[in-house]
Ligand binder design. Structure first.
Ligand code: AMP
Ligand code: MN
Ligand code: MN
Ligand code: MN
Length: 283
C-alpha cells in the first residue's frame, strides 16, 4: 500500500514543474490526504497551496527545504508545521535566496569559461520568477544539447570539480534547526542516504541534530533506494528520532517517484505526524 501522506515536494516556487495550485490538485488526484509543500529556501508557495488544498479533500501542512552546510557538505533540512509569518525565518530565507543568486552568477561564469555562454539568463528564463537552482541550469544545458538529459548534465557540469559547480556556503545546521523550531515547527533531515556520509558522520550528524532539538529523519523518500528504508528506520530508532516520508516530487521527468506512489513507513517507525491532529486518521 502507498502512503496517503506526502511531506516533501516542490513547486514552481523552487525547482518543481507544477505551480503550487496544480501540485495540490495532482496530490489530491493521486490519493494524498495530508500534504506539505517543501520548496527550497522559499515559503511563498504555502499560501496559494493552502488555498488550493481547501478546495480538495486535503489537509495542508506548511513546509520548506532549507539548504545547509555541515562539515563542508550540503545537507537539506525540511521544516514542517512552522508559522509562515515568522519574521526571523522569513528574513533568513531572504538571505539564502540572495546567496543563491550570487552563486548562480558564479556558476554561469564558470560555464562561460568552459565555452557555454548565457547560462544565467538561460536558467533564469526557465526559472521565471522562482529562485535559481542547479536544476534550472541543468534544464538549460540539456535543452541546448550539452548532454543527453538532466541526469548526465549534473555529472558533466554541476557537481564538484565540474565547470558549473560552485562550493556554496549555506547556513549552518544549528541556525536552520533553530529557525524552524523558533517558528514553532519541526525539523527533519531530508534524504539522509543521499549525502554519502559514511557511518561515522551519519552518527555524528544524528547526534548533533538530536541535540539541537531536531524531530525526525526522512526514512522513506523518492531520494532513497528501497534498502535504505530499513537502514534509516534503524538509525531513527537508535537516535530516538521520528520518521518522515515524502516523494521529493519535482515533476514528470525530474523525479524518481510520483506522488501517491511512496511506500508506507517500515513497521516500528514513529511517524513525525504521530501527534498531528490533521493526520490522526492515518495512525
Ligand atoms: P541546488 O540546491 O541549487 O544545489 O540544486 C539542487 C537540486 O538539484 C536538488 O534539489 C535536485 O532537485 C537537483 N539535483 C541534484 N542532483 C541531481 C542529479 N544528480 N540529478 C538530477 N537532479 C539533481
Ligand atoms: Mn530540488
Ligand atoms: Mn533535497
Ligand atoms: Mn527536495
Amino acid at each position: 500500500m502507498s502512503a496517503k501522506i506526502d511531506l516533501h515536494c516542490h513547486s514552481t516556487v523552487s525547482d518543481g514543474l507544477l505551480s503550487p495550485q496544480y501540485l495540490v490538485a495532482n496530490a489530491a488526484a493521486s490519493g494524498i490526504k495530508v500534504l506539505a509543500l517543501t520548496d527550497h529556501d522559499d515559503i511563498s508557495g504555502l499560501a496559494p497551496a493552502r488555498l488550493a488544498a481547501a478546495q480538495h479533500d486535503l489537509h495542508f501542512v506548511n513546509g520548506v527545504e532549507i539548504s545547509v552546510t555541515w562539515k563542508k557538505r550540503t545537507l537539506h533540512i525540511v521544516g514542517l508545521k512552522f508559522d509562515a509569518d515568522n519574521s526571523s525565518l522569513k528574513m533568513a530565507l531572504d538571505k539564502v535566496r540572495y546567496t543563491r543568486d550570487m552563486r548562480a552568477q558564479e556558476m554561469s561564469a564558470g560555464l562561460a569559461k568552459a565555452g557555454i555562454a548565457g547560462a544565467y539568463e538561460g536558467a533564469k528564463a526557465i526559472a521565471k520568477q522562482s529562485i535559481l537552482t542547479r536544476s534550472h541550469f541543468a534544464q538549460f544545458l540539456a535543452q541546448n544539447g550539452h548532454a543527453k538529459d538532466v541526469k548526465s548534465v549534473f555529472k558533466k557540469f554541476l557537481v564538484k570539480g565540474k565547470p558549473g559547480f560552485v562550493d556554496s556556503n549555506w547556513m549552518d545546521l544549528q541556525s536552520a534547526v533553530g529557525l524552524i523550531i523558533g517558528a514553532g515547527g519541526q525539523a527533519v533531515i531530508a534524504h539522509p542516504g543521499r549525502y554519502d556520509l559514511g557511518m561515522v558522520n551519519i552518527h555524528l550528524l544524528m547526534h548533533e541534530f538530536r541535540g539541537l532539538g531536531g524531530s525526525a529523519i526522512e526514512v522513506v523518500t523518492g531520494s532513497h533506494q528501497p534498502p535504505q528504508y530499513q537502514q534509516f528506520a534503524k538509525i531513527a530508532h537508535k537516535f530516538s528520532l521520528k520518521a518522515s516520508l515524502g516523494s521529493d516530487y519535482h515533476g514528470a521527468g525530474l523525479s524518481f517517484m510520483g506522488m501517491g506512489h511512496v511506500p508506507e513507513l517500515p513497521a516500528g517507525c514513529v511517524p513525525v505526524w504521530d501527534d498531528w491532529p490533521e493526520a490522526k486518521f492515518l495512525i
